[in-house]
Write a protein that binds this ligand. Structure first.
Ligand SMILES: C[S@@+](CC[C@H](N)C(=O)[O-])C[C@H]1O[C@@H](n2cnc3c(N)ncnc32)[C@H](O)[C@@H]1O
Length: 290
C-alpha cells in the first residue's frame, strides 16, 4: 500500500512559513507569510482565511517555496511581491530602486503644503527620484503641474518611467538622468525642488539591517562621509534653480534635521522649518528662496 500524499493546505503552509520566519528572526513572520502566499495564489489576504483548508497545487507550492528561500536570504518583501504602496498608490519596485518608505510621505505633505498658494501651475523637480514615488504622488495631487524626476541611475529611471505609465502620471512628466543638478538644461527653473537623497554615512551602510544593506542599491543609501554630502550639494545649488519664493524640501535622517536646517539657512533660505513623520521624527526640512 502506498502512503497518501501529504496535503499542504493554505492553513498548513501559513503555519509552517510563519514558524520558519519566526525562528529566523524576521520582523513580521505571519504577515510576511500571508503576503507571499496571497501573491503566489493571486488573491487578497482575506481569501487565505476564507479558503484555509484549500490544498495547494504542486506548482503553487513550488512558487511559495521559492519565495520562502528568497525571504530567508533577507530579500525585502516588496521586491518579492514586486510592489509597494506609497501615498495610496501601488508602485512597482525591484532591486534597482529603494523601497519607498512611509516616512517619505511627510516629504510629499510638506511639498503640497508649501505650494498650496499655487496649486494650479508650477514646476516640480524631484532630485534622487528613484522609483518616482515622490514625483508621481505629487503629480496625482497637482495634475496641472509640470513634473521632472531626476536620478543618477538609468535603472532607477526605468522603474520610475514604468510607474508613471502604470499610475497615469504621463502628461507633463519627464525623467532626466544625471548627477544632481547636472541632469538639467541651462536656465531651467522650478517653483519646487524635492529630494530624498542618500543620507546614511558611508561607514554605517554596512551596519544597516541585512534586508537593506544586502539588497537595496548602495547608490540609494550612501550619503558620503557624514551622510550630508549630497544634502550640501543640493542646498548649495538650489538657489540658482528655484524661482524667487520657490521651495526646497528635503528628507533626511532625523538626527540630521538640525544640521540640514543650518545648511539651508547658510545657503540663504528663509522660512526654514522642520516637519515630523508619522513616527514623530523630524524627517523633513524645507525653506524658501528669498
Ligand atoms: C534614498 S533613494 C530615494 C528614492 C526615492 N525618491 C524615494 O524616496 O523612495 C536616493 C536616490 O538617489 C539617487 N542618487 C544617488 N546619488 C545621486 C546623484 N549624485 N545624483 C542623482 N541621483 C543620485 C539614487 O540612485 C537613488 O535612486
Amino acid at each position: 500500500m502506498t502512503a497518501a500524499p501529504e496535503v499542504w493546505s493554505i492553513r498548513r503552509v501559513l503555519e509552517w512559513a510563519s514558524q520558519d520566519f519566526r525562528e529566523r528572526g524576521l520582523p513580521s513572520p505571519r504577515l510576511e507569510a500571508e503576503l507571499l502566499l496571497a501573491h503566489v495564489l493571486g488573491v487578497d489576504r482575506i481569501r487565505l482565511i476564507l479558503d484555509a483548508e484549500r490544498p495547494l497545487a504542486a506548482a503553487e507550492l513550488g512558487r511559495m517555496r521559492a519565495l520562502i528561500q528568497r525571504r530567508r536570504a533577507r530579500e525585502p518583501v516588496a521586491y518579492l511581491l514586486g510592489r509597494r504602496e506609497f501615498w495610496g498608490l501601488d508602485f512597482e519596485v525591484d532591486g534597482r530602486v529603494l523601497v519607498p518608505r512611509p516616512d517619505t510621505e511627510a516629504l510629499v505633505e510638506e511639498a503640497l503644503e508649501r505650494t498650496r498658494d499655487r496649486s494650479l501651475h508650477g514646476r516640480l523637480l524631484d532630485l534622487c527620484t528613484g522609483s518616482g514615488c515622490v514625483a508621481i504622488a505629487f503629480a496625482h495631487e497637482r495634475p496641472t503641474w509640470a513634473i521632472t524626476g531626476a536620478d543618477a541611475s538609468a535603472d532607477a529611471l526605468e522603474v520610475a518611467r514604468r510607474n508613471a505609465l502604470r499610475l497615469g502620471a504621463v502628461w507633463g512628466v519627464r525623467w532626466l538622468r544625471g548627477d544632481l543638478w547636472e541632469a538639467l538644461g541651462a536656465g531651467e527653473r522650478f517653483e519646487l525642488v524635492t529630494a530624498n537623497p542618500p543620507y546614511v554615512p558611508s561607514a554605517e551602510v554596512d551596519q544597516l539591517e541585512p534586508d537593506v544593506r544586502a539588497w537595496e542599491p548602495r547608490l540609494a543609501l550612501d550619503g558620503g562621509s557624514d551622510g550630508l554630502v549630497l544634502v550640501r550639494r543640493i542646498a548649495a545649488g538650489a538657489r540658482e534653480r528655484l524661482t524667487p519664493g520657490g521651495t526646497l524640501a528635503l528628507e533626511l535622517h532625523h538626527d540630521q534635521a538640525e544640521r540640514a536646517e543650518g545648511l539651508l539657512r547658510g545657503a540663504g533660505f528663509v522660512e526654514v522649518r522642520r516637519r515630523r513623520d508619522f513616527a514623530g521624527h523630524e524627517r523633513v526640512v524645507s525653506g524658501r528662496r528669498a
